[in-house]
Write a protein that binds this ligand. Structure first.
Ligand code: IPE
Ligand code: IPE
Ligand code: MG
Length: 258
């Protein structure tokens, strides 16, 4: 074999990366970020955790805006996990209020910058006011073909796979899907991310080296960067450095390079 063998079916966006010579290889097309460390950032300043969440939300705009110049077409950010309901009622309520305010405040700017926004995660547990704003933001930006921003809100990778499997089973039970046809290409069509390519690069801030139930299926062949910076300190410069470092990585997808 001269080159790396074909990537697995789930790794849709890897072909060009492995076929190009190292020097000409592109940066990541899809970056996913676990925005962690807001609470510690605030606590180190003697402030309440919510102060950190507000500071963290402010960092998002700069990162989104830097995507187009970095060639990052898809950006997916983890805002609230299915496990984050375990936090105090006050923190959860504060976060939900922040999401509502953030969407209302950023709607026009995102639309004007040609950003398309999608949400992933289970909306069932979110309040109606918030889901209305989420629908509105998706609708307002649906024609935009610039940066494709996905916000994971009440998202958990296991929950997503379970919900997907339930719908797949319903299709089988209804005779719409033959169990013999279920393969690695079938299941992702039922995931919340069905329109997105798999992430090339997953970044987690705050020094924790875990993925905390983020994009479990989709990140099978992602490159990972676990960095010490707390999310409210993350900058477009650091983002650019991580994207550049990605370009130097040798992605083999299980094959071998000559
Ligand atoms: C990430 O920051 C934001 C959410 C999970 C909502 P954290 O709130 O987890 O901050 P740390 O990890 O406690 O510092
Ligand atoms: C992951 O961070 C979720 C988000 C960034 C939204 P957590 O702070 O919730 O993860 P753990 O608890 O450290 O694993
Ligand atoms: Mg955390």
């Amino acid at each position: 074999m001269d080159k790396v063998s074909d990537p697995a079916p789930g790794v849709q966006n890897s072909e060009t990366d492995v076929d190009e010579p190292a020097a000409a290889r592109r940066g990541p097309r899809h970056v996913a970020i676990i925005m962690d460390g807001n609470g510690r950032w605030a606590q180190s300043r003697g402030r309440p955790r919510l102060f950190g969440h507000h500071a963290g939300a402010k960092r998002v705009r700069e990162v989104v805006e830097s995507c187009s110049s970095l060639g990052v077409k898809y950006l997916t950010i983890f805002a609230f996990s299915t496990e984050n309901w375990k936090r105090t009622q006050a923190e959860v309520a504060g976060l939900m209020s922040l999401f509502r305010r953030y969407i209302a405040k950023e709607m026009q700017a995102l639309a004007a910058r040609n950003v398309r926004v999608r949400f992933i995660g289970d909306r069932v547990r979110l309040d109606a006011k918030l889901t209305e704003l989420m629908d509105q933001l998706e609708k307002t930006t649906e024609q935009n073909d610039g940066t494709q921003l996905t916000i994971a809100l009440n998202y958990g990778g296991r929950d997503e796979v379970a919900r997907a499997t339930k719908r797949l089973a319903q299709d089988v039970a209804a005779g719409r899907l033959n169990p013999e046809d279920v393969d690695e290409e079938t299941l992702p069509k039922y995931l919340d991310t069905y329109v997105l390519p798999d992430p090339d690069l997953v970044i987690r801030t705050s020094g924790e080296a875990r993925i905390s139930n983020f994009l479990l299926w989709q990140s099978a062949y992602a490159e990972y960067e676990f960095i010490d910076t707390l999310w409210p300190d993350f900058t477009a410069e650091e983002f650019a450095e991580l994207c550049a470092a990605f370009g130097a990585r040798d992605r083999r997808f299980g094959g071998i390079r000559k």
